[in-house]
Design a protein around this ligand. Structure first.
Ligand code: ADE
Length: 359
C-alpha cells in the first residue's frame, strides 16, 4: 500500500489548491480573512445545491444584505423573493430567523463556537464545521458528499455508504491541519468536485495520487460503495389556475415543509397515485367549471419528482377569502417569491390553457 506519511497530505493538497482553486465569489484572495457572515450565507446556499446555481444567487444576496443586521431587518418575504428558484426554501426562512438570533444573542457577530452555531436554525454539523474552518480558522472538518468520496477512496474504505459514514468522518477529521484549515477543507471540496469526481476520477491530476489506497488497489471507480441510486419516486398533484380580470390566484405555502413559504398555485397534496378529477376538486379554491389543461408539468424536487396536472377556471362571483391568497398580474410573477415549479405551471397554463374561443 502507499507509503506516503499522512502528515504530508495537507501540504500536498494546499499546494494544489494554491494553483487550481476554483474562483468562487465567496472566496477571499489568499491571505485575506473571510467575513463570517458571508461564509455562513454561502454555506447555507451550498447545502445540496450546485456551485453553479449558487454563483448566481450569492452575489446579489450579500450585496442587498451585506451584514447580519441588514438581513435581520429585512422582511422574510423579501428574502424568499431573492431565494426564488434556488429550491429548499426552508433554508431561507432559517437563515433569516438565525440572523435575528445572532443579532439578539451575539450582538450581530456570528459565534465562533460549535455549540452556539449549532443552536442557530439551519446550522447542522456540516455547516458549523465549514464556518469554523473557513471563517474562524479552526481545525474543523465539514464532511459532505465530496469529502466522503475523497476519503472513502483515500483509505479504500469498502463498507458501503451510508453505514461507512461514521468511519469516514473519524478518519477525515484526523487529517485536518491546524494551519490553513479553511483552505484545506475547501481544497478537499474542490478536489472532490473537479478531480476525485464520482465517475472516472482523474487520478493523474490528483495531489494525493501517491497516497491513495483505492488507486493502489485499482478500486477508484468502485468506491465509495453503496451510492447507486434507485429510481426517484414520482408523485402526483393537481394545481388550480384561477383567473379573474386578467389576474391569477397565488397562495402562500405554509412556512414549514415542502416549498416552505413560497407562492404557489392552489393545489392538492402531492401523493403517490395520480388524482382523479372528482378527488381533486374539493381542493379547488372555489366552485367553478374547472377545465383540465392539456398535458402535465414535470418537476424534480429535492427528494422526488412530481407530475402536476393543471385545472383552470375563471372566477366570476365572489370567492372565499383566504389570508394566504394573492391575485397577481402574470407579468408581475417574475418579481414574486415563486418556486420554479409554480413558474413552470404558470408558463404551461399560459401556453396550453386558453380555450380556443378566448384567444
Ligand atoms: N460546497 C460547500 N461549501 C463549499 C465551498 N466553500 N467551496 C466550494 N464548494 C462548496
Amino acid at each position: 500500500l502507499p507509503a506516503l506519511p499522512p502528515d504530508r497530505l495537507p501540504g500536498l493538497i494546499l499546494d494544489w489548491y494554491d494553483r487550481h482553486r476554483r474562483d468562487l465569489p465567496w472566496r477571499m484572495a489568499p491571505g485575506v480573512p473571510s467575513d463570517p457572515y458571508r461564509v455562513w450565507v454561502s454555506e447555507i446556499m451550498l447545502q445540496q445545491v450546485r456551485v453553479e446555481t449558487v454563483r448566481r444567487y450569492y452575489g446579489p444576496f450579500v450585496e442587498r444584505w451585506p451584514s447580519v443586521e441588514a438581513l435581520a431587518a429585512a422582511p422574510v418575504e423579501e428574502v424568499l423573493r431573492h431565494w426564488s428558484g434556488m429550491g429548499r426554501y426552508a433554508r431561507a426562512f432559517n437563515l433569516h430567523a438565525a440572523a435575528r438570533l445572532v443579532l439578539e444573542r451575539h450582538g450581530g457577530r456570528l459565534p465562533d463556537e460549535e455549540e452556539a452555531l449549532r443552536a442557530l436554525p439551519g446550522v447542522g454539523p456540516y455547516t458549523a464545521a465549514a464556518v469554523l474552518a473557513i471563517a474562524f480558522g479552526r481545525a474543523a472538518t465539514p464532511v459532505d458528499g465530496n469529502f466522503e468520496r475523497v476519503f472513502a477512496r483515500l483509505f479504500a474504505l469498502r463498507d458501503p455508504l451510508p453505514a461507512a459514514r461514521g468511519e469516514i468522518r473519524r478518519l477525515a477529521a484526523t487529517l485536518t491541519p491546524g494551519e490553513r484549515p479553511g483552505d484545506y477543507v475547501q481544497a478537499v471540496m474542490d478536489l472532490g468536485a473537479t478531480v476525485c469526481v464520482p465517475r472516472r476520477p482523474r487520478c493523474g491530476d490528483c495531489p494525493w495520487r501517491d497516497a491513495c489506497d483505492a488507486r493502489a488497489l485499482g478500486l477508484q471507480d468502485a468506491l465509495p460503495a453503496g451510492t447507486a441510486k434507485g429510481p426517484r419516486p414520482r408523485r402526483h398533484a393537481v394545481a388550480f389556475l384561477a383567473r379573474r380580470g386578467g389576474r391569477v390566484l397565488l397562495r402562500r405555502r405554509p412556512p414549514r415543509g415542502l416549498l416552505a413559504g413560497m407562492l404557489d398555485l392552489p393545489a392538492t397534496a402531492m401523493r403517490d397515485r395520480a388524482w382523479r378529477r372528482a378527488e381533486a376538486l374539493p381542493d379547488a379554491p372555489f366552485d367553478a367549471a374547472w377545465r383540465r389543461v392539456r398535458g402535465t408539468v414535470r418537476h424534480a424536487l429535492s427528494n422526488f419528482d412530481v407530475e402536476v396536472a393543471v385545472m383552470a377556471a375563471e372566477a366570476d362571483g365572489g370567492i372565499p377569502e383566504n389570508g394566504a391568497d394573492l391575485w397577481i398580474e402574470p407579468q408581475d410573477a417574475g418579481r414574486e417569491a415563486l418556486s420554479t415549479l409554480a413558474r413552470k405551471l404558470l408558463a404551461h397554463a399560459a401556453a396550453k390553457g386558453r380555450p380556443k374561443a378566448a384567444r
